[in-house]
Design a protein. Sequence first.
Length: 326
Amino acid sequence: MLLKNLLAVAATASTAFAAKLEWFGINESGAEFGEKNFTGVYGKEFIWYDLSTLDTFMANGVNLFRLNFLMERLTPKSLTAPLDKYYLGNLTEQVDHITKAGKYAMIQPHNYGRFESNIITDVAAFKTWWQNVATQYKDNDLVIFDTNNEFHDMDQQLVFDLNQAAIDGIRAAGATSQIITPEGNSWTGAWTWVSSGNGASLINLKDPQNKLVYQMHQYLDTDGSGTHAECVSATILSERLKAATAWLKENKQKGFLGEFATGINDNCIAALRDGLKYMNDNSDVWTGAAWWAAGPWWGDYMYSIEPPSGPAYTGIFPKIKEFFAV
Ligand SMILES: *[C@@H]1O[C@H](CO)[C@@H](O)[C@H](O)[C@H]1NC(C)=O
Ligand SMILES: *[C@@H]1O[C@H](CO)[C@@H](O)[C@H](O)[C@H]1NC(C)=O
Ligand SMILES: CC(=O)N[C@H]1CO[C@H](CO)[C@@H](O)[C@@H]1O
């Protein structure tokens, strides 16, 4: 399959560091902006991503984009509503642009397990939502389906049931070749993956195609929220990944770090490099990582990696690139 091709290509490229992580990802953020305005207006509440910016990233080794969007804009007012022609049109335009270049497009409803601010409890309707969405992309092997961004403060069984419904809906659509990436409760944090109970619960997810890659997020500030520039220490990323790494190994599963970011300072850059080295050392279970975040509307946001002037594009991108086999 394609992952092996990617690995083979990477193996022949000569880099100073023998990087093994398959996926070098960027979160593209903006289509979910104006989060409480349903549905909002394109160009006022929300924005899609510049195709030329995607090209800039791809030319610089990025091979996966995690595409943020809102479920309420794709299916206005109801999980089972028809897909909005224009919002879907924009999402598909992005997906096609990325996958025609041979890179991965991750379809990522940025909804925290909620719809119109309420926790989603209609599991059957959530399965229908995913079946309808996956139908659009069932013939595109380079699409990855992300069940939902960062479930939190929810009943663990419901988080399990929603993930299972997403898997069942996607496979029922005939999308059988694509990877699905489940997310956990507690903001899908890597550092709490085991202690929160996510591990014990989500290991029971069943995919008839056996193509699950568990997605976790990790920030390096004191509370792990991704709201501070400072990092706890120069080894905090590897430390916060240890329990999850052991869990992935014990259970013979794959993991993907779907969000990570720091401010730009020596301590944080050391922590990033130490953590990415650790992920490389454990590339039997870690597939890669995606920076939070690019997008046209971030301005001078401390984590912005938007070319050409996002602080992280110049301050971080060149310092982490070598850890990815791209
Ligand atoms: C939502 O966006 C529309 C269109 O830009 C605007 O007219 C409206 O006031 C906004 N509603 C809320 C609740 O912010
Ligand atoms: C993207 O959304 C805008 C606003 O709704 C619409 O005018 C445009 O046609 C959409 N683009 C595609 C490719 O569907
Ligand atoms: C850490 C971080 O930046 N999280 C952001 C995730 O995306 C939502 C929606 O765009 C933001 O509100 C969060 O701040």
